[in-house]
Design a protein around this ligand. Structure first.
Ligand code: ATP
Length: 486
């Protein structure tokens, strides 16, 4: 990350804390690494993003239903899914600083530095070699790549590395009253398995016909070694996942469909297309026959925000094997030759997006420091969060110009009219300019000022956050103006 980008990112983190979006977890005890809490405006924004996703999946698609599965699952779930054996990242330790790194992150950081110093071709070549070595699980080759390029530890500055080892990312705990006898269970590292094990329950009770999807949002936990970049990589985070069950052989068609559909969702928030790109996976996970990431240009570069994976019938087949329960679907339809499809284990296309990462995407894109020139020629500055109105924490701030002359009463009446429909904020303290700035800082798209003229002609000033333009509108129209923008 360049110094300017780094500074800007630090500003965003401070802003998120100062204005009640994100706090370090248990901060009075100096925080807990890579764990964060959401404050009053943060929890609103997060909920709005979650709701927007949920609605797009379960309301706008008639063939998708939702579930809410438990975080704890039978431990065999994770043997069947492959997480006990395979959910690990290659790690390397520096013998001098004792600091542990994820191998791909160590090499990527090195490549970033090369690019920043103008050696882009060399950076590309190293990343290309890394991808090939990771795909072949050639750990010796990766170690040689690190050593040959003299990639050093950022703490000790030395290249004194251990061998590369796999490190499982699942958190475990004990369930049961006597800890010696208790079973080891895991905090789920993804929400998807809760969907797979409920596949038949959902299909039968909601009477779903293939192709259909099951959506879920909820917490997931990963013992990330390199947990940094604020809420980009957390140890406790939230996922929004949808598993789409299809006929075997049709998965590529649906993979393409969901790739486009999910990009449309991102763009429907008014986010710019040029900040997005697809990244096809070179190394496929053990369960996938195709996979890509939707990447966004964060302040620290293009990074994954969402994954689209064609997971074949791997998960259902494995659960069938381990549970000895049939995970099949009976398809009464017939093919072109009139032959019934009959019983089969469906294939799955998954869309998986991190809610916290989407939050960071929205926040970092919305954050702007603007220089303003006033009418008298003097200059001023403002920090504004240009959050899409649909998901802004507060939609309308209602501000009586003074605390007297009957203005608060009119403002309160407007508050009562609007608050059943969208989130409003009422404030009568401080100069109006200061109040506008505070609303800009939390991303409120509209402010309405009630002044003395309101008493005479029932009009108010409505101020638009992004343009800062103000217009006089009828008091009775305020609700519909805001509703229209949402
Ligand atoms: P990464 O390569 O960044 O570790 P991943 O490929 O392991 O991510 P998936 O397992 O595909 O991620 O998870 C789907 C989504 O969940 C990701 O696109 C991301 O948005 C989110 N996610 C995964 N791990 C984390 C984490 N530690 N903190 C926050 N969000 C995460």
């Amino acid at each position: 990350m360049s110094t300017t980008a780094d500074n800007q990112f630090q500003q965003i983190i401070s802003h998120a804390k100062e204005y009640g979006f994100v706090f370090p977890s248990s901060e009075i005890y100096d925080g807990l690494s890579a764990v964060y809490d959401y404050g009053p405006y943060g929890s609103e924004l997060k909920k709005n993003i979650r709701d927007y996703w949920w609605k797009s999946m379960t309301q706008m698609h008639e063939n998708i239903v939702g579930i809410d599965a438990a975080i704890f699952m039978h431990p065999t779930t994770w043997k069947a899914s492959g997480h006990v054996d395979n959910f690990s990242d290659p790690m390397i330790d520096n013998k001098d600083s004792k600091k542990r790194y994820r191998v791909d992150h160590l090499i990527e950081q090195f490549a970033d530095k090369l690019s920043e110093s103008g050696k882009e071709e060399q950076a590309k070549e190293i990343l290309h070699q890394m991808d090939a070595l990771l795909a072949a699980e050639n750990f010796q080759g990766l170690l040689e790549l690190i050593q040959n390029n003299k990639i050093a530890c950022s703490v000790s500055g030395t290249c004194n590395w251990t061998d590369i080892r796999q490190f499982n990312l699942m958190f475990d705990t004990k369930m049961g009253s006597v800890s010696d006898d208790a079973d080891t269970i895991y905090l789920r590292p993804e929400t998807a398995q809760g969907i797979f094990v409920n596949f038949l329950n959902v299909q039968k009770t909601a009477r779903m016909k293939i192709p259909f999807g099951i959506a879920q949002t909820g917490k997931a936990f990963r013992n990330e070694i390199v947990a940094r970049q604020f809420i980009f990589r957390m140890r406790e985070f939230e996922q929004m996942e949808m598993q789409f069950f299809v006929r075997p052989g049709t998965q590529m068609k649906w993979y393409e469909y969901w790739k486009e559909e999910r990009m449309k969702w991102h763009l429907s928030l008014g986010l710019p297309a040029e900040k997005y790109r697809f990244h096809n996976h070179v190394k496929l996970a053990h369960y996938a026959d195709a996979a890509l990431d939707i990447e966004f240009e964060f302040p620290f570069g293009f990074k994954e925000v969402e994954g689209i994976h064609s997971r074949t019938d791997y998960d259902l087949r494995r659960h069938q094997e381990f549970s000895k329960k049939k995970m099949q679907y009976f398809d009464a339809d017939t093919d072109e030759q009139g032959k019934p499809y009959g019983n089969y284990i469906p294939y799955v296309v998954e869309t998986s997006i991190g809610l916290d990462r989407m939050f960071l995407l929205v926040l970092s894109h919305a954050y702007q420091e603007e220089k303003l020139t006033k009418e008298d020629g003097s200059t001023d500055e403002r920090v504004v969060l240009k959050i899409p109105p649909k998901i802004a924490p507060v939609k309308l701030a209602i501000l009586p110009l003074t605390k007297k002359d009957g203005l608060p009463e009119i403002a309160r009446a407007l508050m009562d009219t609007c608050k059943p429909y969208f989130k409003c904020f009422y404030e009568e303290k401080d100069a109006i300019g200061k109040r506008y700035r505070r609303q800009d800082a939390i991303g409120t798209p509209f402010c309405v000022t009630i002044d003395h003229q309101t008493k005479e002609d029932n009009t108010v000033t409505i101020r638009h956050r992004d343009s800062m333009q103000q217009e006089r509108v009828k008091l009775e129209d305020v609700k519909s103006i805001v509703m229209q923008a949402l």
